[in-house]
Design a protein around this ligand. Structure first.
Ligand code: DTR
Ligand code: ZN
Ligand code: ZN
Ligand code: CA
Length: 438
């Protein structure tokens, strides 16, 4: 508001002309802008994953029918996985602990190379319940993580981060192995883990596609993978704290993961989008003797194994995780000077599954001669207002900024609006463009 009269008049004239031109053009809702392609990870061969499951099945059959903690079937499972990893060039470590009077084993495998101060870890529990072979719970996660590690070796991958893989013992007794690992990791070592990815039940026979909603970057990575397949996902809500990511999360380590469902029942709406049988459990053989190699949905196992590779390649690489879909409105909208009413610029979002992320990005480009006059809000489809910028004494011109909004309680699809109000007399401007990225 401190402009000289001549400058203000000239500025107002120029803006008025621009606004007039803009007023004749309808609000152009630009198509979603393409996002950069992520590095291409390998396809994880389903046949290889199923071959590991067949081995776990044979091990159970040869060891009393299960692979439970403290039983010979568990140690045989550990020895199988360790043998594969040693042969593939991993540095493996067997960590022992005692639980319920029996020796338990965690297997840790480090892929040589990468930044030792930035560790990306992937894991799954290898033990079954005593009732059966535990092929879906959790041979599926263990086999897929093993095959992803072997794919890293086959590719001779040299990621930016250091890659570590873990197979946990005694999860069924209460996350005993993973808790032991985290509790015995020095604080300096915990601080190096940039993320822990957990895979517990990822081949359920009546599958759902659930993504853990813990760390937003990890969550977005998995959502991007499934968006690329055109498969809707849901936030995993059945298991907060019910699997091996919990000790890592409690230690402040970013976590994420995938889940295909356990004893909860698939709804009609879920069957509509994912196929399968509504009114039936995602895994009717959960913790039962029928959790055998017949208790696997190949499509779910295949997709989730490929999703693990996608996440390891992307999160382990230097290139940042590509943002989700974005939508832009480039139509100019004139902002009346104070005490005029607020104006809005709409964007109609569609085709985005689920809610907006906690890191929803809003890029704003406003031409104005005194930006301290402006109050800017993001209005969600349900009318909720998120303040992006308040008025101030900032006399500089224009607002060209990116704001990050935690809009995770908002459904993504619908009409979002940028609302701008000029609360300071003199000095005028217009919305040049704005973009929302999920
Ligand atoms: N606790 C797991 C099964 C399980 C149940 N809900 C979730 C959610 C997310 C991961 C795993 C699970 C087990 O029985 O091993
Ligand atoms: Zn279980
Ligand atoms: Zn499990
Ligand atoms: Ca003003």
């Amino acid at each position: 508001m401190s402009l000289s009269v001549s400058r203000r008049l000239a500025a107002a004239t120029a803006l008025a002309v621009a606004g007039l031109l803009a007023a004749t053009s309808p609000a152009a809702l630009a198509a979603p802008t393409a996002v950069a392609a992520a590095p291409t990870p390998p396809d994880i061969p389903l046949a290889n994953v199923k071959a590991h499951l067949a081995q776990f099945s044979s091990i159970a059959a040869a060891n009393g029918g299960n692979r439970a903690h403290g039983r010979s079937g568990y140690k045989a499972s550990i020895d199988y996985v360790k043998g594969k990893l040693d042969a593939a060039g991993f540095t493996t470590t067997l960590q022992t602990f005692t639980s319920s009077g029996a020796t338990g084993y965690n297997l840790i495998a480090d892929w040589p190379g990468g930044d030792p101060n930035s560790v990306l870890m992937s894991g799954s529990h290898l033990d079954s319940v005593t009732a059966g072979a535990g092929i879906n719970d959790n041979g599926s996660g263990s086999a897929a993580v093993l095959e992803t590690a072997l794919a890293v070796s086959r590719a001779g991958l040299q990621p930016t981060k250091h890659l570590r893989f873990g197979w946990w013992g005694a999860e069924e007794l209460g996350l005993v192995g993973s808790k032991y690992y985290v509790n015995n990791l020095p604080a300096a070592e915990k601080a190096k883990i940039s993320g822990y990815l957990n895979f517990d039940m990822i081949g359920s026979p009546n599958p759902g596609y659930f993504v853990y909603d813990d760390d937003p970057t990890i969550e977005q990575t998995f959502k991007n993978y499934y968006a690329g397949l055109g498969i809707p996902t849901e936030i995993e809500t059945e298991g907060d704290g019910r699997s091996d990511h919990a000790p890592f999360k409690s230690a402040g380590i970013p976590v994420g993961g995938l889940f295909s469902g356990a004893d909860y029942t698939k709804t009609a709406a879920q069957a509509q989008k994912w196929g399968g049988t509504s009114g039936r459990a995602f895994d009717a053989c959960y913790h039962s003797s029928c959790d055998t190699t017949a208790n696997i949905n190949d499509t779910a196992l295949d997709r989730n194994a490929d999703a693990i590779a996608y996440a390891v390649w992307n999160l382990g690489a230097a290139t940042p995780v590509p943002p989700g879909p974005s939508f832009e409105n480039t139509a100019d909208v004139n902002i009346p000077d104070s005490p005029g009413a607020a104006v809005t610029s709409p964007i109609n979002v569609s085709g985005v599954t689920g809610n907006a992320p906690a890191t929803t990005k809003v890029d704003v480009n406003i031409v104005h001669t005194y930006r301290g006059d402006l109050v800017i809000n993001l209005i969600a489809p349900d009318g909720t207002a998120y303040l992006l910028k308040n008025s101030s004494s900032d006399s500089a011109a224009n607002v060209i900024a990116t704001y990050t909004v935690n809009a995770s309680s908002e459904v993504a699809n619908g009409v979002w609006k940028l609302q701008v109000k000029d609360v300071g007399a003199q000095d005028v401007g217009y919305i040049n463009s704005w973009k929302i990225t999920f």
